[in-house]
Design a binder for this molecule. Structure first.
Ligand code: ADP
Ligand code: ASP
Ligand code: MG
Length: 444
């Protein structure tokens, strides 16, 4: 008997009809002789709507109460799903994050899972029940409070359950047919990827491809969980996210994942895994750029600035330092960070301006970031040249550049980012013949 963990995102359980459809799918998996554990998200855009409500009653809502509020979304969908399964004549039991043993640290709004003790889930499975777990939430032992795992956190719930229960596969059901070479809502000719390494997926997720939450990919990588991202609206094979290891080769991992997933598998794609040059392109509009103007070009200044930034807890992304002007002995340092952290960092820098000795600060929240990702870049020169040429030919100006072994990122004006995405996608030969299908969701 296989143990299958399935995660259904908000777009897959948006209304009563969808919940019934998903319930049928779950029952089919159970009837095929598998043990089934389901992690479920809040219905549709519930989380966003609850967030809007909170901001209507409180300008700066208290983090503890926010988690109480937001975790309620998943409690609704888990119970409805269990009810729908029971009415199909199968035993189903729903559990909140804390009942499921999702133990986290105490950081409200973006708690990390520190332990999973799925005792009650194992008992329910042993009694033959289908287990439904509320995604996105956990419990902290010290504060004894409910926590949430950050936006998109139900993906992490599913992966953590798969690891703790030693599942055969973790299936992530969503509103598109898998992971594409770009967001199919923006690039209709995006191509579906059959399989991708967790390393590449990590870069895509970190750079704005919200189809998988970055912490879920990290967790899967650390615990050796293979993921199958697929549509809840059909039975097509989706994308397998695998973690090549020394003990098991990629083709075996992929074959194993396919064996446990009930899919209409395409033929001919079983051959040995070869790395394409580019896996995909992601964009992110959630960052802003701060420029520290006129920094004295002497040792220790960057250290001072980024120590101040670090104290705020902000996550900085790209950093660029210009050459200093010989006449002034001063330089400019720019960096990007989440917009949500912009004001805090500006305040911290302003407070110590005299001590650091810079001349001023500029804040720009109209930037967009594009990241081109592919393991094949490691051994292939000329990728940057091709990227920059494509942007140049489209008349798009590059403001910042950063690279890793398998990624090149550029910052452009926010209003050119979608055009940038489409021209880069075409330039690297990623366009498909057909238009990608988006089955549901609002893209919010
Ligand atoms: P769910 O409700 O299932 O969690 P999400 O909205 O979180 O769904 O994620 C699915 C969405 O991610 C898709 O509808 C798509 O618009 C978006 N997306 C962004 N980048 C990609 C990509 N590279 N491949 C597939 N989908 C992507
Ligand atoms: N409901 C939460 C959100 O919208 C968690 C999730 O769906 O993964 O972010
Ligand atoms: Mg999601």
């Amino acid at each position: 008997m296989s143990l299958i963990v399935q995660k259904y995102g908000g777009s897959s359980v948006a209304d009563a009809e969808s919940i019934k459809r998903v319930a049928k799918r779950i029952v089919e998996t159970r009837k095929a002789g598998n043990e089934v554990v389901v992690a479920v998200s809040a219905m549709g855009d519930t989380t966003d709507e609850l967030l809007d409500l909170a901001h209507e009653v409180a300008p700066i809502p208290a983090p503890r109460e926010m988690d109480m509020l937001l975790s309620a979304g998943e409690r609704i969908s888990m119970a409805l799903l269990a009810l729908a399964i029971e009415s199909l004549g199968h035993d189903a039991r729903s559990f909140t994050g804390s009942q499921a043993g999702m133990i986290t640290d105490a950081k409200h709004g973006s708690a990390r899972i520190v332990d999973v003790t799925p005792v009650r889930l194992r008992e329910a499975l042993d009694e033959g029940a289908i287990v439904i777990v509320a995604g996105f939430q956990g419990f902290n032992r010290d504060t004894r409070d409910i926590t949430t795992l950050g936006r998109g956190g139900s993906d992490t719930t599913a992966v953590a359950l798969a690891a703790a229960l030693d599942a055969d596969i973790c299936e992530i059901y969503t509103d598109v047919d898998g992971i594409f070479t770009a967001d199919p809502r923006v690039v209709p000719k995006a191509s579906k990827i059959d399989r991708i390494t967790s390393e590449e997926m990590l870069e895509l997720a970190a750079n704005g491809a919200k189809v998988l939450y970055i912490r879920a990919v990290e967790y899967a990588r650390r615990h050796g969980v293979t993921l199958h991202v697929r549509s809840s609206f059909n039975n097509n094979e989706g994308t397998i996210v695998y973690n090549p290891s020394e003990t098991v080769d990629a083709a075996t991992l992929v074959a194993r994942a396919r064996a446990t997933s009930n899919t209409n598998t395409k033929t001919g794609s079983e051959s040995a895994v070869e790395e394409p040059l580019i896996a995909g392109v992601a964009t992110d509009l959630s960052e802003a750029k701060i420029t520290v103007v006129g920094v004295p070009d002497i040792p220790g200044k960057a250290a001072q600035i980024f120590t101040l930034v670090a104290k705020t807890g902000a996550n900085i992304d790209m950093i660029v330092q210009n050459v200093s002007a010989a006449s002034t002995g001063r330089t400019d340092i720019s960096f990007t960070l989440p917009k949500s952290e912009g004001q805090t960092v500006l305040t911290a820098l302003r407070a110590d301006q005299a001590e650091v000795g810079f001349l001023g600060l500029q804040y720009d929240d109209q930037i967009g970031k594009l990241a081109l990702v592919g393991a094949g870049m490691r051994t292939n020169a000329g990728v940057s040249a091709k990227l920059f040429t494509a942007l140049f030919e489209a008349g798009i100006n590059i403001e910042m550049i950063s690279t890793s072994e398998i990624r090149i990122s550029v910052v452009t004006r926010a209003d050119t980012i979608n055009d940038a995405l489409r021209v880069v996608h075409t330039a690297f030969g990623l366009d498909a013949d057909d238009v990608a299908v988006v089955h549901g969701g609002t893209g919010r």
